[in-house]
Write a new protein. Structure first.
Length: 743
């Protein structure tokens, strides 16, 4: 692609080969030596003659002394021995070529030793003596900073003092990829971008990936004409030479035009990588061409790494403090919910604390036909309509949105009170919801030029030319829900279900219709205590270990203990969830209607999709008839059978699950067949019992309640369940429902 082209094809812009540009920046030159034991020159940059007097074509096949002279080659050759070079450039030495001093850098790539020669600036020893004490000074200063903004401000000032660039920005990327300027340091005459935002489209996806791989990039003069490689491709591999880590790598002409449009002729960027992801950039600008030595750039990279580490630590500390406060609020709520026998009235008594828990403006509790609201909420009719929409469209236990009207159009009528929603589904069977509302938060975004400022000219894309402040006003959104709030809401739901389960067990003694449930509870009490005791022992044990190592500086070990505690708590919560679901099966009233079994099966498959294992599943669904049943209960039974089939075909390739039906006298039977591990028919009578497993939990995870739920649902419809299998060849689970006509 021509360097002087101001118009870049709109289709190829995103896919431009920035890692293999086939050229370098011309202030230095490149030599590529074969790393195959015969260190001959196999590729050079076309500006070689300007530095050495040797034409590029004449240099091919020569040795390093032939190009740079014997004294310089003797200084470099021992440093190029096999295994000494890495994939990132290292400084080798400062050498003299034709009386001119060059810094020699080298790295290994694709069977080549790539040598880059940049005009030297000062001596190696003097650079180190001057530069590296700056790292210690920066560490002392940055340790006293209390916020990420203060950290960024210190880094911007330090790097401008170190490099002499006229403007240094520190900005972070938001969830949409836009760059938000947190801090800057300016020389006189440079425009300020403090608090402004650069659109995500300014940095294409592939450029962001390269920023993570190569943490420093410098352009000393945006008006340069690139020096092409000769030959264009790596002659050893036949592929274009990968210059991802080359200090002289030529950059996209789109970016060079972008710099010129911005009034910047020299730039340097230092990547801020946090937890392996591109968190932000330190971006340095200068109105005139400017060169930095390799040592200056290395110190800047180190300062960037120090800043990224402090950003991570500061963010972790802030998040921990926030979660502790939310958890304290949750503990106060749970304490209030255990005070009386009436669960709904207990919820009413903790409404102010519920608002505080979610930092919300209003809260609503929907329990079937009962509705309780507190604070600033939509009207009762609007809340009920919202609950209906959630029940029909949202399958997750917790739903959240900071722009509700974008997901649910009627919410546009009440953005003032409910632009944001956090919804917790308390029951999977009934319409029981806990809803938190956040009001509209009108805010302004100051863009560094219009975000859509790129222009199309004759089907081609040009970089945007304006960086004047452009203000956008955002309506219809609330303050966003933090990850910690959503995760703790999931935890809160599990705690609520535990309380609800306890209440259900207390009421079981008073209700004659739960007599059968009481007998079942006696039958599997040992299994319950055993299955719940194991994760609780893990939680207690690893908590003790965590407390014992609190003073030790071993974050990896602490993380492992916390992960084990979290896994054990999740298993205990799943047991509680499934127990409550099993309990509800015996109490909720059936509401039979005509049901299309095709739709129910497809709905279950769609619901399973996000959690499907990596092995491929071949779903074979026959044409299924309509029947009369309660669709909510029947869908739960189908979901349990299909998820069972997925689980036990984990080792089959491909896994095949077939759903079919057949008409029997007075009833319709449905079959879910798989080609999984199967089971021994000798134990078939145990399959549909509570907490009964025919396989080890280490091999196939589960609580042992799903098939018991299937049996209870089918029997409440007056039907029957059974299963057949051949070990190692698969299993078929079947149920039959009586034919019922609804007048």
């Amino acid at each position: 692609m021509p360097q002087d082209s101001n118009a870049i094809d709109i289709v190829s812009c995103e896919h431009e080969p920035i890692r293999i540009p086939g050229a370098v920046q011309p202030h230095g030159f490149l030599l590529a030596l074969a790393a195959d034991g015969n260190p001959r020159i196999v590729q050079v940059s076309e500006n070689l003659a300007r530095a050495t007097g040797i034409a590029p074509q004449q240099a091919l096949g020569l040795t390093l002394p032939d190009i740079i002279g014997e004294p310089a080659a003797q200084a470099l050759t021992p440093l190029l021995a096999d295994g000494k070079l890495r994939d990132r450039p290292v400084y080798l030495a400062t050498i003299s070529i034709g009386g001119v001093a060059f810094d020699a850098l080298a790295h290994a790539c694709d069977g080549l030793h790539i040598l880059e020669f940049e005009p030297a600036r000062g001596s190696y020893g003097a650079d180190l003596l001057h530069l590296y004490p700056l790292v210690g000074d920066f560490l002392n200063k940055i340790s006293d900073a209390g916020t990420i903004e203060e950290l960024s401000k210190l880094a911007a000032a330090e790097i401008r003092a170190l490099t002499g660039f006229g403007r240094v920005l520190v900005y972070c990327f938001d969830e949409e990829g836009h760059g938000n300027v947190l801090a800057e340091s300016l020389a006189d005459g440079y425009d300020s971008y403090q608090g402004q935002r650069f659109p995500a489209s300014d940095i294409p996806r592939q450029a962001r990936e390269l920023y993570v791989a190569n943490r420093v990039r410098i352009i000393q003069d945006a008006n340069y004409t690139p020096a092409a490689l000769t030959p264009v491709s790596n002659p050893l591999s036949g592929q274009p030479t990968d210059l991802s880590f080359a200090a002289l790598r030529s950059v996209s002409p789109v970016h060079l035009q972008y710099m010129r449009n911005m009034g910047t002729l020299a730039s340097m960027s230092v990547s801020l990588v946090v937890r392996g992801k591109l968190w932000g950039l330190i971006s340095c600008h200068h109105a005139e061409p400017r060169m930095l030595s390799f040592h200056q750039r290395t110190v800047c990279e180190q300062l960037g790494q120090i800043l990224a580490l402090h950003i991570k630590n500061r963010a972790d500390a802030d998040e921990l403090q926030f979660r502790l406060e939310v958890r304290r609020s949750m503990v106060r709520i749970l304490g209030g919910l255990t005070q009386g026998a009436d669960f709904i009235e207990n919820l009413r008594s903790v409404l102010p604390e519920l608002l505080h828990f979610a930092r919300a403006g209003g809260v609503a509790i929907v329990i079937d036909d009962r509705l309780i609201t507190f604070g600033d909420t939509p009207s009762d009719e609007q809340v009920r309509a919202l609950a209906d929409w959630l029940g029909a469209n949202v399958q997750d236990d917790v739903f959240h949105s900071a722009h509700l009207s974008a997901r649910y159009a009627p919410a546009a009528d009440y953005t003032g009170s409910a632009s944001g929603l956090l919804a917790m589904q308390i029951s999977r069977i009934h319409q029981h919801y806990l809803l938190w509302f956040r009001p509209e938060h009108v805010f302004h975004i100051d863009w560094a030029g219009r975000p859509d400022g790129k222009e199309l000219r004759a089907g081609q894309l040009t970089p945007r030319t304006s960086f004047q402040l452009w203000r956008e006003t955002i309506h219809g959104s609330s303050t966003p829900w933090r990850d910690g709030e959503v995760e703790l809401a999931v935890e809160f739901r599990a705690a609520l279900l535990g309380i609800a389960l306890e209440r259900a067990e207390q009421m079981a003694d008073l209700a004659e219709e739960l007599g059968r449930a009481n007998k079942e509870l006696e039958a599997f009490s040992y299994s319950v205590s055993h299955d719940l005791r194991a994760p609780l022992r893990h939680i207690v044990g690893f908590s003790d270990l965590l407390m014992e190592t609190a003073g030790a500086d071993n974050p990896e070990r602490r993380q492992r203990f916390l992960a084990n505690i979290k896994d054990a708590a999740r298993l205990a919560g799943k047991l509680v969830d499934d127990l409550l679901s099993f309990s509800q099966m015996g109490r909720a009233a059936l509401r039979p209607i005509r049901v299309r079994m095709d739709d129910l099966v497809r709905g279950c498959i769609d619901k399973l999709a996000p959690d499907l294992p990596p092995h491929r599943i071949d779903w074979q669904v026959d044409a299924l008839p309509e029947i009369t049943a309660d669709p909510v209960f029947l869908q739960l039974a189908l979901y349990n059978l299909l998820s069972n089939a997925v689980k036990f075909t984990a080792n089959s390739s491909p896994a095949v699950v077939r759903i079919s039906s057949e008409k029997l006298p007075g009833e319709t039977a449905f079959h879910v067949a798989d080609n999984g591990v199967g089971f021994n028919m000798e134990y078939a009578h145990k399959l549909f019992g509570v907490f009964q497993r025919l396989h080890r939990m280490e091999d196939f995870q589960g609580t042992g309640i799903g098939l018991a739920n299937v049996r209870r649902i089918v029997e409440r419809h007056g039907g029957r369940v059974w299963a057949t299998s051949v070990p190692g060849e698969g299993a078929t689970f079947s149920f039959a429902l009586p034919d019922i006509d609804i007048e």
